[in-house]
Ligand binder design. Structure first.
Ligand code: GAP
Length: 469
């Protein structure tokens, strides 16, 4: 069923409030622990959100793992040994600069405080790479007040580590400290040798995984954009720097990421851009890092990072574990530590981007529509009997619903009037609404309404699957 091409229409002026309200109204996203007052920067996904999230996840897995000969998948534990995070540098360096307001006790990220202050003055400032002392000097010099209580009464700027520590019950006190993983990547590096030894992979190849990561973020999250618990889709693409050209591999990954976002997820190109990390911002071990950014309602922000991490991580784990994680070239017998290019995306950021890009208020018909790509829509079609109190229509509609359900995710609705049912399906992005009426009983045809144009056509039931496909 043809849906309207979003690329040819104006990007909508979607606000985050509109997205948040729709998410709650239609069961995409709820505030976590809401009945107890909620917890900041944590969200739960409702019936529609869980399916949309799963559809995005499945597309990522299919595109980058299942359909490629040079990729394998894995699934490592969330709780992990403290030494992994010592080796990776997270224990010492995975921190944000934070500052507390002594008057109202609000805790803020110093870089965000400064950035927002300059933004409000229509100026830009480069905060990446600045030291704690430089942050402090800037806040003092500009007399930046607390955004919550407007007072100027700050503590010194301090480092705040983002890793979540956990205590393991099975180990004695001094050994019991472990961490919830701060990125899925380390589970891939620490299993590199296991994957090489247990599968037929040969360089260049990648290992990908989807899973939860945890960061004790102290910032205003912008809905599901930045949360304490989130899902990542990370790939470590290993190669021999002597036989592969890293710049070519890097460009190929850039292309693959772009195609996934624009073609598979159907995102408007005008809302995307690449941004190269400056020398100050880039990790010291990375030779190049670029972010694919999406134009969220709060500005262009990082969606997907692409970093050439050299062989830093494997080398660190060799050093800290004492285990040889090098690779032996099967042809030449040469032993070396492979280099890696890492495309790392947040699934929840993909989710938020998909919602923002699909959200459309149709002025002409005064309705809200989620113009989701049909492959992402939670339901591919909805089936309604025209009248719910006419058993002959309900029986026929139920029959059709049962038939379609074998091949598609299909919604059933018999509540209220037909107009309200259409509006409800528009808001969850269902591409087609099928109505069984009295003519159906005569000639086996149904009406099929297109979500984007709201136009209806009559279709023979035996042609319906073809129309939907
Ligand atoms: N292994 C590299 C790594 O983790 P990152 O840039 O810190 O790099 C990768 O994270 C992606 O994970 C980001 O591009 C973003 O999409 C997502 N992400 C990071 N922190 C997040 C958070 N607190 N909430 C939601 N998504 C987050």
């Amino acid at each position: 069923m043809a849906t309207q091409n979003k690329q040819t229409t104006q990007p909508s002026q979607t606000t985050l409030d509109a997205i948040t309200a729709l998410s709650k109204r239609r069961g995409f996203v709820f505030q976590n622990s809401e009945i107890y007052g909620g917890l900041a920067n944590l969200y739960d996904y409702g019936p529609m959100g869980a399916v949309l999230l799963r559809n995005i996840r499945n597309l990522w897995w299919k595109t980058f793992i299942e359909t490629r000969d040079d990729m394998v998948g894995m699934d490592s534990s969330i709780i992990s040994h403290r030494k992994i995070w010592e080796a990776s540098g997270h224990v010492a360096g995975f921190s944000d600069a934070m500052i507390d307001c002594k008057a109202c006790k609000t805790r803020t990220r110093a870089d965000h405080l400064i950035e927002n202050y300059f933004e409000s003055k229509n100026k830009t400032i480069q905060v990446e790479g600045k030291s704690l002392k430089e942050f402090e000097e800037l806040i003092q010099k500009e007399k930046i007040a607390c955004p919550t209580c407007k007072k100027f009464d700050w503590t010194p700027v301090r480092k705040f580590n983002l890793l979540f520590p956990v205590q393991l019950g099975i180990l004695e006190e001094s050994q019991s400290l472990a961490y919830l993983r701060g990125e899925t990547a380390q589970g891939i590096f620490t299993n590199f040798k296991n994957v090489v030894d247990s599968s037929r992979v040969k360089l260049p190849f990648g290992i990908g995984q989807l899973g939860k990561s945890f960061r004790n973020e102290i910032t205003k999250g912008n809905f599901v954009f930045r949360t304490l618990e989130f899902e990542q889709g990370e790939i470590e693409y290993f190669f021999d720097p002597e036989s592969s050209n890293w710049e070519e591999l890097y460009e190929t990954w850039k292309k693959d990421m772009w195609v996934f976002v624009t073609k598979s997820l159907g995102i408007r190109e005008a809302n995307l851009r690449w941004r190269t990390h400056s020398d100050e911002e880039r990790s010291f071990y990375s030779k190049r890092t670029e972010d694919l950014e999406y134009h969220y309602p709060f500005g262009f922000k990082e969606l997907w990072g692409l970093a050439y991490r050299t062989n830093y991580d494997l080398s660190q784990h060799i050093k800290f574990s004492g285990i040889d994680l090098s690779y032996v070239d099967p042809k030449t017998g040469r032993k070396f530590v492979p280099h890696v290019i890492e495309p790392a995306v947040g699934v929840n950021r993909l989710f938020l981007m998909v919602l923002c890009d699909a959200y459309w208020f149709d002025e002409a018909k005064q309705r809200t529509v989620l113009r989701l790509s049909p492959s992402l829509a939670p339901y591919k079609a909805a089936v309604f009997p025209l009248l719910s109190n006419k058993p002959e229509l309900v029986i026929k509609a139920r029959e059709l619903y049962g038939m379609l359900k074998k091949d598609y995710t299909v919604a059933w609705d018999e509540r209220g009037n037909i107009g309200k049912r259409y509006l409800a399906q528009d808001e969850i992005g269902t591409p087609a609404c099928i109505t069984i009426d009295y003519q159906t009983l005569k000639d086996d045809t149904v009406t099929v309404r297109n979500r984007d144009t709201a136009e209806q056509v009559r279709v023979k039931i035996d042609k319906l699957k073809g129309v939907l496909a």
